[in-house]
Design a protein around this ligand. Structure first.
Ligand code: ITT
Length: 197
């Protein structure tokens, strides 16, 4: 059976394909199918993952897997959180994560030393089936600290400024398999496999 990977983010798509690789599931990307990007009107990662999966499943008539994720910074009371992609967008909607990371670091410094540099990534994965309206979601997290300047070009998004707890390299310096051993996305994926296995 075919599965729609309901994301327009190339970095996420690559990681989800890597996670799915052992399962021999035929996948097709949302961009490949020409599916629109739904407006993310939810207030939580799970709500946004659910609505993206639901819409893709309905439009494609196939099961669809969606990912809503982001980085939450303690010193910023959890921001950018569900707004992580939007913090990278200019007025025309073009994304620049160099600029987004600079903004995060600037605001962390403005919050003062006492606020610290702790942060975590969250990933909500939702799978929706066509026809019956069923949708299930699973969440994973990884905790760590922010560093400056950013290091490494192996990941995507905010990876170059995030050092997971117990490590000294950034996610941008991790190989894909190393990231999958501990990442928020891999944790959500393991929960999904356990539930649907
Ligand atoms: P789709 O909605 O099409 O899936 P998006 O990029 O708009 O793509 P989100 O709204 O979930 O997705 O935005 C999440 C942002 O958080 C994403 O653009 C990344 O910059 C960041 N992010 C999520 N997971 C990450 C990871 O593993 N490493 C680094 N940054 C990540």
């Amino acid at each position: 059976p075919k599965l729609v990977i309901a994301t327009h983010n190339a970095g996420k798509l690559r990681e989800i394909q890597e996670l799915l690789a052992p399962y021999n599931i035929e996948c097709v990307g949302a961009a490949e199918l020409g599916l629109p990007e739904p407006e993310e009107i939810g207030n939580t990662f799970v709500d946004n993952a659910d609505l993206k999966a639901r819409e893709a499943a309905d439009l494609a008539g196939l099961p669809a897997l969606a990912d809503d994720s982001g980085i939450s910074v303690d010193a910023l009371h959890g921001l950018p959180g569900i707004f992580s992609a939007r913090w990278a967008e200019d007025d025309e909607g073009n994304r620049d994560f160099g600029r987004a990371m600079e903004r995060v670091w600037r605001e962390v410094e403005a919050a003062g030393d006492e606020a610290g540099h702790d942060a975590h990534f969250t990933c909500a994965l939702a799978i929706a089936w066509p026809d019956n309206g069923q949708v299930e979601s699973f969440e994973g997290k990884v905790f760590g600290t922010l560093v400056w300047p950013p290091r490494g070009d192996k990941g995507f998004g905010y990876d170059p400024m995030f050092v997971p707890a117990g490590h000294d390299r950034t996610f941008g310096e991790f190989e894909p398999d190393e990231k999958h051993a501990i990442s928020h996305r891999a944790e959500a994926f393991r929960k999904l496999v356990a539930a649907l296995g």
